[in-house]
Design a protein around this ligand. Structure first.
Ligand SMILES: [Zn+2]
Length: 408
């Protein structure tokens, strides 16, 4: 299409005419899997709550290796080529396609720009809609290493926490539990800030879930604001403050779970607080055929499983390895692999207490939900319900850690 460039304030600035004016171009557009609308609101607030533009900021990958996206503008929008400093203007109330061209360039409305690009609005207020979520930080779009787009939001750490808290813990839970979660999540995020990487943290359950401004309410704001800047440190260094849904009576050590160099606060503790939680105990039926296929895919030549037993346990009581007795001899497998294969929401933990053979498969019985390292959310909820404050909760789950200001 022919672009309708206009000059605006600043060096080498151009404006693209909206592609909505060109039906042929639109018809050629690739099918968009992600629908992205770029709309601006009147307020410059970074979140629905108290704006916070001080303190550290964090870069969150809100989409990775994305297919082409559709960008809708409601006000004039600047596209900045980061490398050259060139600035382009997208017209208001228009629709533009953005897609990756290899790893060096990005196509915006049929114009090739060098990657990465930064989006900003004419009045400085931003609001990005992506996958049903709204993001209010600065947006960087990069041609990713696998050929798709990486979309990264940069925002103040405190604003980021407003978005993490409601999806990582129910906003209806006791305030002191929410405050403990806020400090844990802040520490975890701060520990991951690394300018040498393309982004600091991803937005999925592999790190901590973040969905922009979704679910923010007054209790979330209070939990974050009243613990503002507070992080967990051990011997002056930030700890990776892992957390999980329910430990099942004893938290695991980071070393046992991931082989990390463990610091005292992440060695694991006994937990008397989560025993009434719904996920304190669980059971799962796994079909015989599925287990046989799984061990065959893992390298076993077995045609028949005779029995399964817990072979090695970690100090916390979680199962490290299982022993399959088969027609071809004994075969060992890590419990973590089994959990991964049968789904961490069904096979809730590696805290397996016993295994029972049934007619069509095996019944696994276990305790807790999640990896079990660090703060047990169900336990934190119960501690708060019993009147313990967030500092007591954190000291229980991260023994030896100090609660200190981020800057200290
Ligand atoms: Zn627990």
């Amino acid at each position: 299409m022919k672009n309708n460039f206009i000059t605006c304030v600043g060096a080498v600035s151009k404006a693209y005419g909206p592609q909505t004016a060109n039906r042929n171009f639109r018809d050629k557009m690739l099918r968009l899997v992600l629908s992205l609308a770029f709309a601006f609101c009147g307020s410059a607030k970074a979140s629905d709550g108290a704006p916070d533009h001080s303190g550290p900021s964090i870069r969150v990958a809100i989409a990775r290796n994305s297919p082409p996206i559709k960008l809708k503008t409601s006000v004039k929008t600047y596209v900045n080529e980061v490398k050259t400093g060139r600035k382009y203007l997208l017209l208001a109330n228009s629709s533009y396609e953005v897609k990756s061209l290899g790893t060096l360039s990005i196509l915006v409305a049929n114009q090739t720009l060098s990657s990465p690009i930064k989006l900003s609005s004419e009045d400085g207020s931003e609001k990005l809609r992506l996958g049903g979520n709204i993001y209010k930080g600065a947006i960087l779009i990069r041609a990713g290493p696998s050929g798709g787009l990486d979309i990264i939001e940069e925002l103040p750490l405190e604003d980021y926490l407003y978005g993490v808290l409601p999806v990582e813990m129910s906003p209806s839970w006791p305030l002191e539990a929410l405050k403990a979660q806020a400090v844990a999540s802040r520490s975890y995020a701060a520990k991951n800030i690394n300018p040498a990487k393309d982004y600091d943290i991803s937005n999925g359950a592999e790190m901590q879930v973040y969905k922009g401004t979704k679910g923010i309410n007054s209790r979330i704001l209070e939990a974050v604001n009243s613990t503002r800047g507070e992080v967990l440190k051990y011997k002056g260094r930030l700890i990776t403050a892992f957390f999980h849904a329910c430990c099942g009576g004893r938290t695991s050590s980071a070393k046992a779970s991931w082989g990390e160099d463990v610091v005292k606060p992440l060695e694991g503790v006994g937990d008397p607080y989560c025993s009434d939680a719904a996920h304190y105990q669980w059971s799962l039926h796994v079909a015989y055929e599925d287990l046989l296929t799984f061990i065959q895919n893992s390298g076993s030549t077995a045609l028949k499983i005779k029995s399964i037993r817990i072979y090695k346990k970690e100090r916390s009581g979680r199962t490290a390895t299982l022993l399959f007795n088969t027609d071809q001899g004994k075969f060992q497998l890590s419990a973590g692999e089994l959990r991964k294969r049968f789904g961490s929401n069904s096979f809730k933990s590696t805290y397996i207490t016993h295994i029972k053979e049934g007619k069509s498969g095996y019944e696994f019985y276990g305790r807790g939900w999640g990896h079990g390292v660090g703060l047990c959310q169900e336990g934190a909820k119960e501690m708060a319900a019993r009147g313990k404050n967030y500092k007591k909760i954190l000291k229980h789950y991260y023994p030896g850690a100090s609660i200190t200001d981020y800057e200290n």
